[in-house]
Design a protein around this ligand. Structure first.
Ligand code: SF4
Ligand code: SF4
Length: 110
């Protein structure tokens, strides 16, 4: 077959019944404002760590909600806890407490 330089992406269907939602449940209890997030990306756009690394706090939210938490431990360590993201969030998500809750969840659940 001719190589056109690209390939078809793998199927990324998420089966929520099979995902590990323990971290999502823990974080939701600790910081319910995560439900207010509309995924606008303002947090990622202003993120201090995101300017120097590939860290993306909005992606972190998405991974938690989907129960795709395998990479979370490594990712969340890039956060400098500066709080800039929280200042620009139009929905008032308490991002600093959210990040703290994620760290606690990782400590307790793994
Ligand atoms: S800035 Fe707030 S509403 Fe927008 S993606 Fe970040 S957490 Fe969600
Ligand atoms: S607290 Fe973390 S996620 Fe928020 S802007 Fe600072 S480095 Fe980025």
């Amino acid at each position: 077959m001719k190589d056109f330089g690209y390939s078809v992406l793998k199927d990324e269907t998420i089966d929520y019944d099979r995902q590990d939602m323990r971290i999502a449940k823990y974080v939701l209890l600790q910081e319910p404002s995560i439900q207010l997030c509309i995924g606008c990306g303002s947090c990622s756009g202003t993120c201090a760590a995101g300017h120097f690394t590939e860290f993306n706090i909005r992606r972190v939210h998405t991974l938690i909600r989907r129960g795709e938490t395998r990479l979370l431990k490594k990712e969340i360590q890039k956060c400098m806890f500066c709080g800039k993201c929280q200042l620009v969030c139009p929905r008032g998500v308490n991002l600093r407490n959210l990040i703290l809750s994620i760290n606690k969840a990782i400590e307790q659940i793994g």
